[in-house]
Design a protein around this ligand. Structure first.
Ligand code: PGA
Length: 218
């Protein structure tokens, strides 16, 4: 199975999201070996999940999750609240670590709450120095220099890093950082990369679907 995961980050109003969904649903054709994951802002989760539920091999997830269980934690969105709505959550994206000061301890708590509530973490690491919590299956390796810069890491370097990372057994290895339909092919050729976590290209449904099509045919 290949995974094409789209991270909208803090982008798109409700009406922009509706336009995105319209274009995506018209053009999307499922493939048994390709799973598509979409990670919008929290406010769009319900809408996206309802409007895509008829599509095969498409799931919706959150970009983060609270490190707290439910209670007096104003502004947090807990795993309990998201349970049943989503099956996956990105945890540990480098932007969360950098702009929101999320530490390994906080991220480990997030993984615990996600798993306790039936939500599968897509755990992001920046390099082989970031520890991976027990129980994680999906590991997204995203070198910071490649994120949003247009400078994707060459697949050979990604494969070399994969050897250094202490991956959990049976893990699914995802690469992220300036992926697009032109450079995606080279990663799949290595047979070492199970899929992509994609930022900028996600914002255009046609560009995103072009990567999905690469996954179908390589
Ligand atoms: P990018 O973002 O595709 O825009 O480089 C990747 C990510 O942050 O997951």
């Amino acid at each position: 199975m290949r995974y094409i995961l789209g991270n909208f980050k803090a982008n798109k109003t409700r009406s922009e999201m509706q336009a995105w969904v319209n274009e995506f649903t018209k053009a999307y054709k499922p493939h048994p070996q390709v799973t598509v994951g979409l990670f919008p802002q929290m406010t769009h989760l319900d809408y996206l999940s309802a409007s895509l539920s008829h599509l095969q091999n498409v799931f919706v997830g959150s970009q983060t999750i609270s490190s707290y269980a439910e209670g007096s934690f104003t502004g947090e969105v807990t795993a309990q609240a998201l349970s049943g709505l989503i099956s996956y959550s990105i945890i540990g994206h480098s932007e969360r670590r950098k702009f929101f000061g999320e530490t390994d301890d906080v991220l480990f708590d997030k993984v615990t709450h996600a798993k306790q509530n039936g939500i599968e973490p897509i755990y992001c690491i920046r390099n082989d120095q970031d520890p991976i919590p027990d129980g994680v299956i999906y590991v997204a390796y995203e070198p910071v220099a490649a994120i949003g810069t247009g400078q994707n890491e060459p697949p050979e370097a990604t494969c070399a890093m994969k050897q250094k990372i202490k991956l959990p057994p049976h893990s699914i290895f995802i690469y992220g950082g300036s992926v697009n339909a032109s450079n995606a092919v080279e990663y799949f050729k290595t047979n070492e990369i199970d899929g992509f976590l994609i930022g900028k290209v996600t914002l255009d449904p046609q560009e995103f679907l072009a990567v999905v099509n690469v996954a179908k045919s390589h």
